[in-house]
Ligand binder design. Sequence first.
Ligand SMILES: O=C(O)c1ccccc1NCC(=O)[C@H](O)[C@H](O)COP(=O)(O)O
Length: 206
Amino acid sequence: MKIPAIKICGLTDVSEAAVINEEKVEYAGLVMFFEKSRRNNSLENAMKILKALDQEVKKVAVTVSPDIGQLKMIEEAGFDIIQIHGELSEEVAAESRLPIFRAYNISEEMKKEASENQEISSKITGWVLDGKVPGNGKTFDWGLMKEFDRKGRLLVLAGGLNAGNVTEGIKTLAPDVVDVSSGVEGENGKDTEKIREFVRKVRSYE
Ligand SMILES: O=C(O)c1ccccc1NCC(=O)[C@H](O)[C@H](O)COP(=O)(O)O
């Protein structure tokens, strides 16, 4: 069985880059242009974090229904991938110079949309299957997505993962990437030891 890559999502402080670099985490996610989130970053703060991350770490701008202006700022800031929750407009799909991770917040209704109405753009390189409310630390019913057609793209499993359940998530959906935010947080943002524990758990998967 293949060991998935790891995405640590919701970075908000430059100090959090050190453990990502040390553990050679493959993807780092920063919430952008979504002020409702407590993890939202200003462009200025995001650029500090991007600079502190090793070149090998793929930097993902996590967005909700971005417009063209936001897309351009994300491209110029130096992100490698744009993750899009909510609406993916035709204009953004056409104009993006970045690969797109298309995110679906899975519920019974969204399962239908995710499975039957996948917008196909050659720029979509991954599907993020996430909990109903992004970033709230709750899993969705993984069984709902066992038959999900990846169409040759990466499957990123997100929503409520932690060191205690990630093995079961990998066993159930065989994702290419496992994505975690709340599950590696403490009272003051990302928790270094929780990140190390999560990484250990994933990389010791048999
Ligand atoms: O984290 C947020 O607040 C957020 C807001 C809007 C869109 C996406 C957001 N989170 C990023 C994600 O891709 C996932 O939801 C996240 O990594 C999984 O979160 P969690 O359930 O907390 O592990």
